[in-house]
Design a protein. Structure first.
Length: 318
């Protein structure tokens, strides 16, 4: 169900205009969207969350209404951009929620700026294993820009998007996410958006799959409340990556939502908002200690390659 349209505000950082939505009052929740999406992916849950929290939902650089320059599209660069956005808005700390690629940005933000991260929630997140849909790997291939330029010409674009939306409306669980894919496909009509997305993907994915991983830094979550939410029918990033999260961060809360795909916050917005509320209400914000962070970095914690993973069927379901 689409949510209420929200007023988009703008701020210029480092010469580039950034779009964002800010609404509600209370503790701050930063919502980071996935690859090719924008703040509207969170529309079904923004109003519910804004009843209790100050919700910040930006369009990441290269996405939505934000500028699409030739710039740093690395995960670390995005984390820096979110720090700077919060600083300009006068916000010191936030609970950070990231979906898909935005989950990777959220993890990087928490790693780079633990003193500004109260909690971390990953939603169908990247960075938990190499597997990813071939459609995303294809973005890294030569000729993507040119081929997509042809496919997004007015006639072809409208037919393609209409076909995806029609398939999304069928009962088939394997096509449930195609309405969101249609929006991403439609955005590719802008050559600047195609260039930006290609740079983003090349920074985190190669022909073998995802490059960026939280495995070597997962021990740092000992100092921070963490939750992981996944749709059981996710066809973009396998739900078994929630198993990996459970192994890497044993104290993390894992929620696998039945009858949901790669966008559980859109498939079940009320349930998703309830999960967020329960997570925030039942945990204390992380208290940053430089000495503790230093100790964690010095001691580290190796994750054995043969770590036993909890089967998805045994993970708690929403």
């Amino acid at each position: 169900m689409p949510g209420t349209p929200h007023e988009v505000q703008y701020v210029t950082l480092h010469g580039h205009r950034r779009a964002f939505v800010k609404t509600g009052q209370g503790p701050v929740v930063l919502l980071l969207h996935g690859l090719g999406c924008d703040h509207t992916t969170w529309a079904p849950v923004i109003d519910s969350l804004a009843k209790r929290y100050t919700v910040i939902a930006p369009d990441l650089l290269g996405h939505g209404l934000s500028d699409k320059p030739r710039a740093d599209y690395s995960v670390g660069g995005y984390a820096n951009g979110m720090r700077d956005l919060l600083t300009v808005l006068g916000i010191d700390r936030a609970t950070v929620i990231g979906h898909s690629f935005g989950g990777g940005v959220a993890m990087q933000f928490a790693y780079q700026f633990p003193e500004r991260t109260e909690r971390l929630m990953l939603v169908a997140s990247g960075g938990l294993g190499p597997e990813v849909t071939p459609a995303i790997r294809a973005i890294t291939t030569p000729g993507f820009h040119q081929v997509m330029g042809v496919l997004t010409l007015p006639g072809l674009r409208h037919v393609g998007a209409a076909g995806m939306r029609a398939l999304a409306s069928t009962p088939c669980k394997h096509t449930r996410d195609l309405d969101e894919v249609a929006e991403i496909f439609h955005s590719f009509k802008d050559p600047r958006a195609r260039h930006a997305i290609r740079h983003v993907v090349r920074a985190v994915v190669d022909w073998r799959g995802q490059i960026v991983t939280m495995a070597d830094r997962a021990y740092l979550t000992d100092a921070m409340p963490m939750a992981v939410v996944w749709g059981r029918d996710d066809r973009v990033i396998p739900v078994r990556h929630a198993n990996r999260a459970a192994a890497l961060a044993p104290d993390a809360r894992i929620e696998v939502i039945p009858n949901a795909g790669h966008f559980p916050h859109k498939d079940h917005p009320h349930r998703f908002a309830k999960i967020v509320n329960e997570f925030i209400r039942s945990t204390q914000p992380a208290s940053y200690s430089r000495a503790r962070f230093r100790r964690l970095l010095r001691e580290g914690r190796a994750i054995p390659a043969s770590s036993t993973l909890t089967p998805v069927a045994e993970l708690p379901s929403a």
